[in-house]
Design a protein around this ligand. Sequence first.
Ligand code: FAD
Ligand code: PYC
Length: 414
Amino acid sequence: MTRYSAFAIAREAFRQHKGWDRAWESPEPRKSYDVIIVGGGGHGLATAYHLGKNHGITNVAVLEKGWLGGGNTGRNTTIIRSNYLQDPSAALYEKSRSLYETMSQDLNYNVMFSPRGVMMLAQTEHEVRGYKRTAHANALQGVTTEWIDAKRVKELCPIMNIDGPRYPVLGALWQARAGTARHDAVAWGYARACSAMGMHIIQKCEVTGITSQDGRVTGVTTNRGDIGCKKMGIVVAGHSGALAEMAGFRLPIESVALQALVSEPIKPCMDVVVMANTVHGYMSQSDKGEMVIGGGTDGYNNYTQRGSFHHIEETVRALVETFPMISRLKMLRQWGGVVDVTGDRSPILSKTPLDGCFINCGWGTGGFKATPGSGWAMAELMAKGHSPLTDAFGLERFREGRFIDESVAAGVAH
Ligand code: FAD
Ligand code: PYC
């Protein structure tokens, strides 16, 4: 793999950019692999990357039914933070946030990590208590967050109307090293690094069945033929229920559409990320100048990768009262993704009833921030049979009533 560097760009400039390699190979599938990862989103690719980098397992194929990052990885609003309440979540999300800090260097790929700061507004007394509690919990967990008052909120985000009309801003939970990254670049960077380790990244390869013998996984059937494996990771977000059914078990999970939209680009006016969960909206400004806007999930289960009109209306109404200046903006695009939501709003990283088959899902509305940490932890689970980062997130917690309630930290109404 040619390393990307200022020197390489200068060299290519002198030879009409004819010397670049393909970022990743597109090979034909082999008959079998040590490990198959189903799902070429960020989490599947990060799992493959850490299998190779941390555990030396490189006979790996990532099978993606569409294109890399074409699922929720390329559809999210890229907010990265680790201000969760429960200890197992804080450990996993903070591991992930810290991996984002060096991801561009680790992958030799610019993922544009921008730790510009994220604030979650408190607009009711209930939220004030909730976020102060989270700030205290984070202090004990070693996660740097702080409670800030309304005056500081206004200093950090001058375009915000903190006086109402319905809910005045009472303060916020602020994480200064939280922020955003470029979502496609995360998928592409991992794919390139996996390919450089000799792994197979196979797009347009849909898994249609899972084969097993004596209770152990033996491979998959796909639209490109049968492929064998010794171990398999299912990492397909909103399609997890369908894959679990192929493997012969059920998941406590619901699939539902979540949507977002962006405005026309404007001059820089906001250099932090703001989430306003009482009125149901959040906003940041992309490097191109577009205002990136999102709200809550659809109120009913579905697999539609598009949004619904009533949600746009509700979200934009909420944000116009928080940021009156956006009332004059034109909206450019709107889209949706299918998110996989568990009852306790925490993910599942687990062995399954089928030996050799592991599952990573349930990230719901908030898994982009978790991509590197999830890959790190899932790879350890698959390589060693357990990981300190995944121990609390097993499937058995739903049977044992050991929930990891993160409904407040989830931050998006659902
Ligand atoms: P995906 O990226 O969806 O990847 C799964 C892949 O599996 C897909 O590419 C799919 O094509 C593939 N697949 C499915 N079935 C098969 C099959 N049978 N065979 C082969 N491949 C298959 N999170 C945040 O942290 N911050 C945010 O700001 C944020 N905003 C969001 C906004 C929106 C509008 C949406 C929809 C989500 C948002 N999220 C956010 C959530 C985040 O996007 C997801 O949790 C995360 O991207 C999930 O990544 P993944 O790799 O697990 O899933
Ligand atoms: O989890 O921070 C988050 C988030 C923001 C928007 C969607 N999810």
